[in-house]
Structure formats: C-alpha cells, structure tokens
Design a binder for this molecule. Structure first.
Ligand code: CA
Length: 223
C-alpha cells in the first residue's frame, strides 16, 4: 500500500520511512503542509501519516482542506501536542486516529493496518480469496493451507488486490501500490509480478479483465 508520510523532523521522518517500508508499504515523504496538499491532490494513496506541527501549512489545515474536498482517505495524525483539546481538534478536523509522540513504530504499523482494514471494508484482519489467505499482521500468505513464499513486491501487489477483492485494479493503480517516488518502474513489471503470483498461487487466482485491469474473487473471510 502506498502511504503519504508528512513529517518535518528529519530524524523521525527517516525512521518512519524506514519502518513503513519494512512493513511493506511504498512511502512518499514530504516535510511541509503545502507539499502534502499537492501530493494529495495529484496522487493516490492508501493512507496518510500526518504530523501536525509543519512549516508552510499546519497539519490540521491540510486535514481540514482534504475533508472539505470530501476526500475520505484514512488519516493518522502524529502529534507532540498531547493535551486532550489538541487530540479532540484533530479528530474533529477529520482524523481517523492519532498517536502522541514519542510512540512505538510497531504501534504505528498496527494502527495503520487497522485503518486500512476499515477503509477496505474488511471485518477481520485475515484477507481471503478462494483458497488463498493473506494475513497483513504477519505478512503470511497461504494457498490451500500451505505457506507460500512471496517477494516484497509480489506480496504488495497481492495485498492490494485482496484488500479490494471483487474490484478490478488497473495497472497504473497497482504500480502506485508498488512504487514510491524516485523508484525505477519497468514497463511491464506489474505483468511480471502477476505472472509470478499465478505460478505460485494457481493460474485462476488473479483474473485479467481486458482493457481494465486485474481482480481477485471476493470471498467472505472466516470467523
Ligand atoms: Ca513537526
């Protein structure tokens, strides 16, 4: 999943970017409010991790403008402002969740997973499509009950498809889940990863909709 990280503290931003990448996300990092707004208007993201104290435009203002445009993207705010009023202001402005600095990277990952899950309308954390299951918490993928070894990009692609099972994703949308700014994108990499996934998970796991994109079947997850 591609995440927009908005943080002006270089050390913290570095650590967050590394941590989010480790968790399998493609991360675009900007360090001021105006750049955040531009990024949000021009690119697709699965979620935003948003600092509040930012140069050029405050994080709360970025959030208010995003919500004023009826954009429902999940937003997790990071704040050193730990008074109750500040947290309430953030939530009132449309944040879905918040973390008070300093926080633990593992907690940030867990909260992001929960936000992405809710945004994808998934009642349980386990994603299921036919005989394939994917657990975002452990990054474990199974096919017919057997663990399948996937590369980071293969996993990211499958996660994107399973998160929105039943909906077709275009090649461009899938590329946005796989790559951050500055990454080199090969001309047919999505096709290559789809090919690998089909080989590992069965040819009919991912359907091609000609001229539209790729889709996996939607299966209600097990309790
Ligand atoms: Ca800051």
């Amino acid at each position: 999943m591609r995440i927009l990280l908005v943080e002006d503290d270089t050390l913290l931003g570095d650590a967050l970017q590394a941590g989010l990448r480790q968790a399998g996300h493609a991360v675009n990092w900007v360090s001021d409010g105006i750049s955040a707004e531009t990024a949000l208007m021009t690119e697709d993201y699965a979620a935003v991790v948003l600092d509040l104290g930012l140069p050029r435009m405050d994080g709360l203002e970025v959030l208010r403008r995003l919500r004023a445009m009826k954009n429902t993207l999940p937003v997790l705010i990071l704040t050193a402002r730990d008074t109750v009023e500040d947290r309430i202001r953030g939530l009132d402005a449309g944040a879905d969740d918040y973390l008070v600095k300093p926080f633990d990277l593992a907690e940030l990952s867990a909260r992001l997973r929960a936000l992405l899950r809710r945004a994808g309308g998934q009642p349980s954390s386990l994603l299921v499509s036919g005989e394939v299951t994917l657990d975002p918490a452990t990054r474990r993928v199974e096919c017919k009950g057997k663990e399948v070894d996937l590369s980071a990009k293969e996993y990211a692609l499958l996660h994107a498809l399973m998160q929105q099972a039943g909906r077709a994703l275009s090649r461009t949308q899938l590329e946005q889940h796989l790559y951050a700014w500055g990454d080199e994108i090969g001309s047919n990499t999505v096709e290559v990863y789809i090919h690998h996934l089909r080989r590992k998970l069965g040819a009919d796991t991912i359907r091609t909709l000609r001229g539209i994109g790729y889709v996996v079947a939607r299966t209600e997850s097990q309790p």
